[in-house]
Design a protein around this ligand. Structure first.
Ligand code: C2E
Ligand code: CA
Ligand code: CA
Ligand code: CA
Length: 275
């Protein structure tokens, strides 16, 4: 134990050791969990703002750990990214999402989240192409969601992979816009077909006129680039009206549906009323 200068002792050696142990165990568990079918995808509806019809789903991964129970993605995606497990995990997600999409009508799209680490793999376009052709789904029914963090490390490499993906005909969405760096410079890279405005930003607009003004100019700019604009994290009827009036094309959020099982999503596709 060591005094930290304020008279508080931190047992950093033991703490660091147990944190490292915990991490190693979790990493082993995750590697095993991916192989043994402990991952599930939930599907959250995306709604056309103009007529409130269903246009597709975003696939969101869940890990059902045998003893820890349900582990949310924010607790294991960062670990998967650091360890490289995101690559097999991401391939499983793509496979599962394409399999689901193949059972739904042509007008229903499926979006999956991609980490920066996957985007720098030059083999990614071939993997994506293989998945969509094996499942016989039109390329434009698959959307890959990426955040600006893909440009932080090897930005030229990531841009090249994105362009090759775009050439396959799959959609590429810029996710979480309004958080982090949010440089408008990425919008004109000619690779993004969609802009997703982050939920925190959407909800902030309820209280802050400046946020509304910022969203307004972002939407204008994105519309000039012929992008589809999706508002995420829409929880209230007010949020919905505000984002629709600001010119967002699509709405996603608890107001229209939480992430749900494949079975429930399929019912929704069949026209069952939304809960
Ligand atoms: P994201 O891509 O920004 O996904 C949206 C998150 O917001 C989801 O959290 C979703 O459940 C939540 N959400 C949706 N509507 C609302 C709403 O109205 N209000 C609020 N408060 N939250 C809402 P989730 O499922 O916990 O996922 C968290 C993050 O984990 C995702 O953020 C994404 O970055 C990552 N993630 C999830 N699945 C995958 C995956 O298959 N691969 C990778 N690489 N990342 C994933
Ligand atoms: Ca996303
Ligand atoms: Ca997002
Ligand atoms: Ca996010």
């Amino acid at each position: 134990a060591k005094a930290n200068g304020r008279g508080i002792f931190c047992h950093y050696n033991a703490d660091m050791q147990s944190a490292a142990d915990h991490r190693i165990r979790l990493e082993k568990d995750l590697a095993h969990g991916i192989q043994s079918g402990q991952l599930r995808l939930l599907y959250q509806p995306l709604i056309d703002a103009s007529n409130q019809s269903l246009t597709g789903f975003e696939a969101l991964v869940r890990w059902h750990h045998p003893t820890r129970g349900l582990v949310p993605p924010n607790d294991f995606i960062p670990l998967a990214e650091e360890t490289g497990l995101i690559v097999p995990l991401g391939e499983w997600v793509m496979e599962e999402a394409c399999r689901a999409a193949a059972t739904w009508p042509e007008h229903i799209s499926v979006a999956i989240n991609m980490s920066a680490r996957q985007l720098v793999l030059p083999s990614l376009p071939a993997t994506v192409n293989s998945a969509i052709s094996r499942h016989r789904i039109q390329p434009d029914r698959l959307e890959l969601e990426v955040t600006e963090s893909v440009f932080l490390e090897d930005s030229a490499g990531a841009l090249d992979v994105l362009k090759r993906l775009r050439a396959l005909g799959v959609g590429i969405a810029l996710d979480d816009f309004g958080t982090g760096y949010s440089s408008l410079g990425y919008l004109n890279k000619a690779v993004f077909h969609k802009l997703k405005i982050d939920g925190s930003f959407v909800r902030e607009a309820a209280e802050n006129k400046e946020t509304v003004a910022i969203i307004q100019s972002i939407v204008q700019l994105a519309r000039n680039f012929r992008m589809t604009i999706t508002a995420e994290g829409v929880e209230t009827a007010d949020d919905f009206m505000r984002m629709k009036d600001l010119g967002c094309h699509q709405i996603q959020g608890y107001l229209f549906g939480k992430p749900m099982s494949y079975d429930r999503a399929s019912e929704l596709v069949q026209g069952a009323p939304m809960r």
